[in-house]
Design a protein around this ligand. Structure first.
Ligand SMILES: [Zn+2]
Length: 324
């Protein structure tokens, strides 16, 4: 109900009704409208700041879910990384040591995660640290895995090579010492020469025995020489690879041909007394590495236990002169 105003009129001694002009009425109406509108706007903003719309709620939930997944992923990558680090450690400290390969440099194993710009586009994201961190970890892991798999390839190759090497390097005595007629008669080194009677370098080891005693290849290899050599009489030479060769001299007869592949233990020839300087039936045996004569006594490791080694060294060192 609009309020109706009255004013006392002293001339008529009565109350006159006060009329409000239309202009004032319209003005009041506008003021009322605008104050209500601004209040409504304020209330709208307050509510929308506090309460999310359904779309916003769904987006927020989705984002939380993604972040949770990222965290989970980050943890899983951490676990994989730990497993890989263990493999790397074993690789460097066990496998590569066994096969005499250098450990892989840490800088190569864990290469940097590439150019800085690679993650630039992620930088502006709200949770950039987490997302860039996970991406970097994944990149590092995949590179480290690649390096590790390459290392295993190398180890595999080395292992195969090692098996060949172990089979090829001279490792047995070329004739049986179980037969009491066979014995070490002269060792490697400076010995009195049986003919010149001066001290000369004896490049091999002599084994005295009966003519016809079987002579064995001391490692796997290929026969490269079957003929008479000056100073060695009838002679067989085997190339074992890995820079090793062996020579068997003063033979009576041959059991192999040039080019033939032989296995350790194969009978290649028979003991004899051929060659001008031979002072009796014996085998002159040489082990050469890179064409340089080595002391054969260090190449009997498949045959001798420590006592036998000691014994054979003792005998060899107490023979005054060589047999050739
Ligand atoms: Zn000799």
């Amino acid at each position: 109900m609009p309020k109706i105003g009255y004013r006392f009129n002293p001339e008529t001694l009565s109350y006159d009704k006060i009329e409000t002009p239309l202009r004032v009425k319209i003005g009041r109406l506008f003021r009322k409208f605008f104050s209500s509108l601004s209040l409504a706007i304020v209330i709208f903003f307050v509510i929308s700041a506090v309460i999310d719309s359904p779309e916003e709620k769904a987006l927020k939930r989705e984002k939380e879910e993604i972040l949770a997944q990222y965290n989970l992923l980050s943890n899983e990558i951490g676990k994989l990384d730990a497993v890989l680090k263990n493999l790397e450690e074993r690789d460097d400290n066990i496998y590569r040591v066994i096969f005499e390969a250098e450990p892989i440099d840490a800088a190569i194993r864990r290469v940097g995660t590439g150019g800085v710009n690679k993650y630039e586009k992620l930088k502006d994201l709200k949770d950039a640290d987490l997302i860039i961190g996970v991406s970097k970890k994944l990149d590092e892991l995949s590179k480290a895995l690649y390096v590790q798999s390459k290392s295993y390839d190398e180890i595999e190759k080395l292992a195969k090579n090692k098996v060949d090497m172990i089979g090829s390097i001279p490792a047995i005595i070329p004739l049986s010492l179980k037969n009491p007629r066979n014995r070490v008669s002269s060792s490697f080194g400076y010995r009195m020469h049986p003919f010149y009677k001066t001290v000369k370098f004896h490049a091999g080891m002599d084994f005295a025995g009966a003519v016809g005693t079987p002579i064995h290849a001391t490692g796997n290899g290929k026969v490269i020489l079957v003929s008479t050599l000056k100073g060695y009489g009838k002679c067989v030479m085997i190339d074992h690879g890995f820079s090793y060769q062996t020579l068997y001299g003063h033979l009576d007869s041959y059991n192999v041909k040039v080019g033939q592949t032989v296995k350790r233990g194969d009978v290649i020839a028979y003991l004899g007394n051929t060659g001008g300087f031979s002072t009796g039936p014996h085998l002159h045996y040489e082990v050469r590495k890179n064409k340089v004569p080595m002391n054969p006594i260090n190449y009997y490791f498949n045959d001798l236990n420590p006592d036998e080694y000691d014994n054979i060294t003792h005998i060899a060192n107490n023979t005054g002169q060589s047999m050739d």
